[in-house]
Ligand binder design. Structure first.
Ligand code: SF4
Ligand code: SF4
Length: 436
């Protein structure tokens, strides 16, 4: 079955002419000569096989029987943060599905038992506990203790706050979601949660190439959401938003209600005058676009058509296939919020929006190849310092926790001074005057 999926992408693979654009920022948008790398894997390993292009060539070689699936191939495929940068970069010059090839290649290797040992453990944890870290330190709903929130579906509410799995093992992340809940209550939102029944969004299973597990987790989550009868689901973390908006419709089905990220919903409340930000926050900040809030949250567009050949060599799709270029991700709401907070001096990094550089937390890389995950985060922190940031703001629990951990456990290299990393929700909370 997975070979059929790989075969369906063969034309995309064949279209790679090894220009290496997928390793770097396109020249017209380069803003600093030291920050032109774009693929965390090829930046660290300096070898074409680790790039997006390398994976296209290996997938084609596999299909053509020139290589066999083995551990060397698995290492090249899984040392990739699934950030989707190569997909966006390649589409600067042609319409080819690089990210989809990368992910189907993972699925092919997983089906042959060739996933990294650390991923097998994480997938087992997801299957057993719905949480990548294993038995969570606290239950899924423990973050909400004492807030008196309605628990759905026994009770009814207009808005469901989806916390995500990180808060059950990370007290700082739990505090971020508590602050989001308090902000929403303060704005008069009719709010509910799923409490201990909140399912995992399943994104780590997607990252690790476990198609069956991700499809099941997505279907289960959508069924649970359907029973709540809410109008809107608000995802606290950018990672969950990317799963709901882009990957669920592709692998299972989309939630049948509006799904927004916290920054989209908070901006709506600010625009409607339901939430004001009167208190200045004096800080020089810069912003990390999380991959699954940005380019990987572009809504999935289903296509049913055929591929045709003209003049013997040119291929085209009939009807034309929609192309995801990553530009419809969530980029503006966090920026508009930062600009709405008085006292903040906001400087952009050199690589932003769909050309943003991954923090290294995705793709299951921290579990299996921590040196790659650490290298990506440290490189991004260097960029944040280079633009004069004293505070690195992000909008994804995975990014925030990863940047924090990398700075706490910097490995053998000498580390520069630590940079404070916060979720944007914390700044909104402070600006709303809710922190006393
Ligand atoms: S994947 Fe695209 S950008 Fe990368 S080498 Fe191939 S054609 Fe060039
Ligand atoms: S998804 Fe990201 S890490 Fe993986 S090959 Fe593409 S650019 Fe590199």
């Amino acid at each position: 079955m997975d070979l059929i999926r790989l075969k369906s992408l063969k034309t995309d693979m064949e279209k790679c002419f090894r220009c290496s654009l997928c390793k770097m920022i396109p020249l017209p948008v380069v803003r600093h000569p030291e920050f032109t790398d774009a693929c965390p894997a090829s930046r660290l390993f300096h070898f074409h096989g680790y790039s997006g292009s390398g994976k296209q060539i290996m997938a084609l070689s596999l299909l053509d029987g020139r290589i066999e699936p083995d551990e060397a191939l698995a290492r090249a495929v899984f040392t990739c943060t699934a950030c989707g940068y190569c997909d966006v970069a390649c589409k600067f010059i042609m319409d080819a599905e690089r990210h989809r090839v990368n992910m189907v290649l993972r699925e092919h290797l997983v089906d042959r038992g060739l996933s990294p040992p650390a991923h097998k453990k994480v997938r087992e944890n997801l299957r057993t506990y719905g949480n990548p870290k294993g038995r969570p330190e606290r239950t899924a709903g423990a973050w909400a203790e004492g807030l008196g929130l309605k628990v759905l579906p026994e009770r009814k509410a207009e808005v469901l706050l989806f916390a995500g799995c990180v808060p059950s093992n990370d007290p700082q992340s739990a505090e971020v979601v508590r602050k989001l809940a308090r902000l929403l209550l303060h704005a008069g939102v009719d709010l509910g949660i799923l409490g201990d029944a909140e399912p995992g969004c399943g994104l780590p299973a997607y990252w690790m190439g476990d198609r069956d597990l991700f499809t099941k987790m997505a279907s289960d989550a959508v069924s649970i959401f359907s029973k709540t009868n809410v109008r809107t689901i608000v995802a606290a973390s950018g990672s969950c938003l990317g799963a709901f908006r882009s990957k669920y419709p592709e692998y299972a089905r989309a939630p049948d209600v509006e799904v927004l990220h916290a920054t989209e919903f908070l901006l709506r409340l600010i625009s409607e005058g339901r939430l004001s930000l009167p208190r200045p926050v004096r800080a020089r900040v810069t912003y990390q676009d999380p991959c699954y809030l940005g380019r990987q949250s572009e809504p999935y567009a289903k296509w049913e058509g055929v591929e045709r050949t003209a003049l013997g060599v040119m291929t085209y799709t009939d009807p034309p296939k929609p192309v995801s270029r990553g530009v419809k991700g969530v980029y503006e709401p966090p920026r508009q919020i930062l600009r709405a907070i008085p006292g903040i001096e906001f400087n952009e990094m050199y690589r932003i929006r769909e050309y943003s550089f991954c923090c290294g937390a995705g793709g299951g890389v921290p579990a299996a190849y921590p040196e790659l995950a650490r290298s990506a985060a440290q490189h991004r922190l260097t960029e944040a310092r280079a633009v004069g940031g004293e505070l690195l703001v992000t909008a994804c629990a995975y990014c925030e926790a990863h940047f924090r951990r990398v700075q706490e456990d910097g490995g053998s290299q000498k580390q520069p001074e630590k940079m404070k990393v916060v979720d944007i929700i914390e700044l909104v909370y402070e600006a709303a005057g809710l922190d006393g």
